[in-house]
Design a protein around this ligand. Structure first.
Ligand SMILES: [Zn+2]
Ligand SMILES: [Zn+2]
Length: 285
């Protein structure tokens, strides 16, 4: 689940998702569900979720985004929940390169590598304008007030300086544009960092498939998953800030091996978050 402002988006919805939402006390204001691929551990939770949303009195449409097959899936959800669900369930098919625009940010899809058609997603905020240099503006003859706002919105303004009318341009008083935050969720996949450098390079958080540890590398290749070391190498290549290792196979009784494998490849922050872990992604400046 990613929360940004008043929006709540789910990325995959495994069995029991709505019980986990109850435990985490997130509430049930889900705005959209993005599904990476049609393996049951990534979509089974949708059925329970729509029941719960309906029970909570939802009337607004819920949109399911996913790779080809999403319209059929939404049809099944509608069919199986028709007796109880009172809100529309919509579907939007996505492919590598698809973009869904929200207010102030977008969700981009990329093609993952999982043996079946599978997507990863990058949530990317729009850049923010640079810092306004108030002292410099005053020194250039701009009086505090509405002119400040116009400069901040990128407009040039006229002022009188030493009895002469001069133009102050926004680039004289605004710092460089600051990047927005970005989160990349790979879904289930072999490493694909070379194809997502533009989209995910420098991301604040990379949530990467780390089903296996490095001792099971061959197995990872066979079943189109990644090892923790491969996730670490992807994080290093992309220059992300934090790497979260997820989808760790229940065969491992501890995540220590995964963390070691990833940290050998990547020197940024590495976590193997337990269920219900909450992270706050802060602006970097
Ligand atoms: Zn899968
Ligand atoms: Zn899976």
């Amino acid at each position: 689940m990613i929360r940004r402002g008043s929006d709540t988006l789910l990325f995959d919805c495994g069995e029991g998702a709505q019980q986990q939402m109850m435990r985490a006390r997130t509430g049930f204001t889900v705005d959209a569900v993005f599904i990476t691929h049609w393996h049951a551990d990534h979509f089974l939770g949708v059925f329970g979720l729509v029941q719960t949303l309906s029970f909570m009195g939802r009337t607004g449409a819920l949109t399911l985004y996913g790779p080809p097959g999403v319209h059929e899936f939404a049809g099944m959800v509608r069919q199986l929940s028709r007796a109880t669900v009172r809100f529309p369930i919509e579907s939007v098919e996505m492919h590598g390169g698809s973009v869904v625009q929200f207010g102030g940010y977008a969700v981009h899809a990329f093609a993952a590598s999982h043996g079946i058609q599978s997507l990863g997603f990058v949530l990317a905020e729009e850049g923010r304008h640079g810092r306004f240099d108030r002292e410099k503006a005053v020194a250039l003859g701009v009086k505090p007030g509405p002119l400040f706002g116009r400069l901040q919105r990128g407009e040039a303004v006229k002022v009188t300086r030493d009895g002469e009318e001069v133009v102050v341009r926004p680039e004289e008083v605004m710092g460089p544009r600051r990047p927005g935050r970005r989160i990349c969720y790979t879904g289930d996949t072999r490493p694909v960092e070379d194809r997502i450098a533009d989209l995910a390079g420098g991301a604040d958080l990379l949530i990467h498939d780390a089903t296996f540890d490095d001792r099971d590398r061959e197995r990872a290749e066979e079943v189109y998953h990644s090892t923790a070391g491969e996730a670490g190498a992807a994080a290093a290549a992309l220059g992300v800030k934090t790497l979260a290792l997820v989808h760790i196979s229940p065969r491992y009784t501890s995540t220590a091996g995964h963390l070691d494998d990833a940290m050998r490849q990547f020197h940024g922050e590495v976590i193997a978050p337990a269920d219900l872990t909450m992270l706050e992604i802060l602006y970097r400046d």
